[in-house]
Write a protein that binds this ligand. Structure first.
Ligand SMILES: *Cc1c(COP(=O)(O)O)cnc(C)c1O
Length: 375
């Protein structure tokens, strides 16, 4: 209960109105609730890499652990240098984040004031509304087309109050993806005073020929920010490290509003090592393609529809997301409900290892009462 003298009631209305982010249910939590053995629970709820981290990243963490009494390098010199040479950009064009979520937050801190507008698509990543509303800015939600971004409609939604446009490519939770030609045409048409954020958290999962070239567009479009992460294909979700690539003048602004030590030293060391382990990333992408085919084939056998995905997850139409989510939980399988994304008929399942995918498919069959569930 809130009464007038309590501080919470004096917080800005736009903060009090924020709908909290709902993360995937942790394994330990479900184990406690249902008295299950955590080892028997399968979590396919947060688009994490199911293969475990790169041994090179683990070794780098062990080495860096000896130095944790020191503050991390607030400029992230070594990681930014490694990224700069990998991406072919100047280190001044890079902003490191405590996860790429942090970079998205920094964009809103640097560019949005109360009353400004940020544009994003219906069913787009939940952090865009969160970060926008936290600044007192207005989120302009553009209806999706075939579950994906309707770029012409997003362009038409730009007004003199628009400061930022967010596009997730591929998008989470829908898995939809836009090719380079359409994407660049969109960026070219957005007025230069409006920042375009291309969130490419799943880029490494695309076929090599489809991986984004958007970083090479920044020279032409200084209002473009490309964000990437070490949380997905690089397998470092718990360490919280991501980055944005942008014009040096924009990076300078974001670096002013970020915390001086926003990326910890273990994360910096692990990210450098992970970046150097190309084989780990490629094997993760390969294993994901195989798992994706396995789940797609299983769903087809069950007669369950899904949205074709370019990420490491699949949006599955189960008819009643809440009911099937609960049934899967009782079966020890955690997936992600997406009613909060306006998709109550769907569940999002992360591609796991073959045995995990099989557990999911069998549990889904049971939850849907399919005759072949016990086959
Ligand atoms: C997972 C994800 C991110 C990455 O978040 P981190 O903060 O880097 O862990 C960013 N954008 C989208 C669309 C995602 O799905």
């Amino acid at each position: 209960m809130t009464t007038a003298h309590e501080p919470a009631s004096h917080a800005p209305a736009w903060v009090r109105d924020i709908a909290p982010y709902v993360p995937g249910k942790p394994i330990e939590e479900l184990a406690r609730e249902l008295h299950l053995d955590p080892a028997g629970i399968v979590k396919l709820a947060s688009n994490e890499n199911p293969r475990g981290p790169s041994p090179k990243a683990l070794a780098a963490i062990a080495t860096a652990a000896a130095d944790i009494t020191r503050y991390p390098d607030g400029n992230g010199f070594a990681l930014r240098s490694a990224l700069a040479s990998r991406l072919g950009v100047a280190p001044e064009c890079l902003v490191l984040g405590n996860g790429s979520n942090d970079v998205l937050e920094l964009v809103t801190q640097a560019f949005l004031t109360p009353g400004d507008e940020a544009i994003y698509a219906q069913h787009a990543f939940a952090v865009y509304p969160l970060a926008t509303h936290a600044r007192g800015a207005k989120g302009v939600v553009v209806p999706a087309k075939d579950h994906g971004h309707d770029l012409p409609a997003m362009l038409a939604a730009v007004t003199p109050r628009t400061r930022v446009v967010f596009v997730a490519n591929p998008n989470n939770p829908t898995g939809t993806w836009i090719g380079a030609t359409a994407m660049e045409a969109f960026v070219a048409n957005v007025p230069r005073e409006v920042v375009v954020v291309l969130d490419e958290a799943y880029d490494e999962y695309l076929a090599p020929s489809d991986r984004s070239r958007s970083i090479s567009w920044i020279g032409r479009y200084p209002n473009l920010i490309v964000s990437r992460t070490f949380s997905k294909a690089y397998g470092l979700a718990a360490l919280r490290v991501g980055y944005g690539v942008m014009d040096a003048s924009v990076a300078d602004l974001l670096n002013r509003v970020r915390q001086p030590f926003n990326v910890n030293s273990l994360a910096q060391a692990a990210a450098i090592a992970a970046l150097g382990d190309a084989a780990y990333v490629e094997e993760s992408a390969r294993s994901n393609r195989e798992g994706m085919r396995q789940i797609e084939a299983g769903l087809a056998k069950l007669g369950v529809a899904f949205v074709p995905s370019h990420g490491n997850f699949l949006l599955v139409n189960v008819g009643d997301g809440a009911r099937v989510y609960a049934a899967l939980l009782r079966d020890g399988v955690i997936v992600r409900p997406v009613a909060n994304y306006g998709l109550p008929a769907f569940l999002r399942v992360t591609v796991g290892l073959p045995a995990e995918n099989e557990r999911f498919l069998a549990a889904l069959g049971r939850a849907l009462g399919s005759p072949r569930a016990n086959a």
